[in-house]
Write a protein that binds this ligand. Sequence first.
Ligand SMILES: *[C@@H]1O[C@H](CO)[C@@H](O)[C@H](O)[C@H]1NC(C)=O
Ligand SMILES: *[C@@H]1O[C@H](CO)[C@@H](O)[C@H](O)[C@H]1NC(C)=O
Ligand SMILES: *[C@@H]1O[C@H](CO)[C@@H](O)[C@H](O)[C@H]1NC(C)=O
Length: 353
Amino acid sequence: MGIHNFFFSYINNFFLIHLLFWMGSGSSSDSSECDLFAGEWVKDASYPLYWPETCPFIEREFRCQGNGRPDLIYTHYRWQPLGCKLLRFNGQDFLERVRGKSIMFVGDSLSRNQWQSLTCMLHSSVPKSNYTLDRVGDVSIFTFTDYNVKVMLDRNVYLVDIVKKDIGRVLELDSIKGSKLWIGIDMLIFNTWHWWSRRGPTQPWDYIQEGNQIMKDMNRMKAFEKALRTWASWVDANIDPSKVKVFYQGISPSHYNGTLWDEPCANSCVRETTPVVGSSYPGGLPRAVSVLNSVLNTIKKPVSLLNITTLSLLRKDGHPSIYGLGGPTITDCSHWCLPGVPDTWNEILYNLI
Ligand SMILES: *[C@@H]1O[C@H](CO)[C@@H](O)[C@H](O)[C@H]1NC(C)=O
Ligand SMILES: *[C@@H]1O[C@H](CO)[C@@H](O)[C@H](O)[C@H]1NC(C)=O
Ligand SMILES: *[C@@H]1O[C@H](CO)[C@@H](O)[C@H](O)[C@H]1NC(C)=O
């Protein structure tokens, strides 16, 4: 961690012995000691790690350049932690390390964003290697056949269940039967948050249930917390840490209000082309972060938080904005362009495994 303690021992008037103690386990590039999530964005022309042409399967939703985004500077940034350097992503090495294993992202479209990013990063590292892309129900399966590696996405926006009943669709905060798809997977990366604030016609449930109580609605932050606790209990009851690595993606932030990055006149993220300078975000952290942290603190099994919130908050320039699925009429400041910010989430994931 670069904490150096100097002890000066005076043996006598003529000798001075300097003893240098390195605190911690080693050199200042030891990433196990360094907070990979505190840092700043620096320009680096050797990024991005791939181009859309080398990743033919990027979905239109994230394919900003293909949708007409004219600026490219936002793709040439590298995340620089304050205390150390990230190991540059090496897809071949990643695939060797997870040979024969299965990786699954579980969550909403932000999970799809990170899943697509990882498959692009891996595929463009080994472009001649065979792959298959299949879909079974809600699970998309990208298989690197030559490595016997599966990189999967289970679309499950709340983690807990929505059950069809006579009264309608019920979001059951205590029920997590969808978890049957997660058994036997070697690496799981969970996420839920963005759908908890949905209301109106795109809200996919009619009632919400906690214990035996069925309600029309409840405080959404409380509902989010309750669901996370259900998921946390599942982790504690089902994960064998010697076999399975569990990650939580962290809260991916949106950029709809320029006041939060000191540009009150900004029209959300539209026409933002560079990150916030420095390592802190003027608007602070979204409220969901403290709920997530408090639940993660109760889990007994090891769960690594990909604490991507602040580094992503700095990237007001990273969203599709008017170059997303909705085209110029719908501004998307929630998802991320690819290549782009989720590549860094995966580069950090690579540094952690
Ligand atoms: C890809 O699959 C084909 C047909 O199964 C096989 O001939 C080829 O060797 C594979 N490529 C690699 C790089 O293993
Ligand atoms: C933007 O954020 C500021 C500061 O938190 C707040 O006062 C303002 O109401 C927000 N604007 C909108 C449109 O939400
Ligand atoms: C995540 O990082 C932020 C700073 O970026 C920090 O304030 C927060 O405590 C971290 N959360 C956890 C759980 O480490």
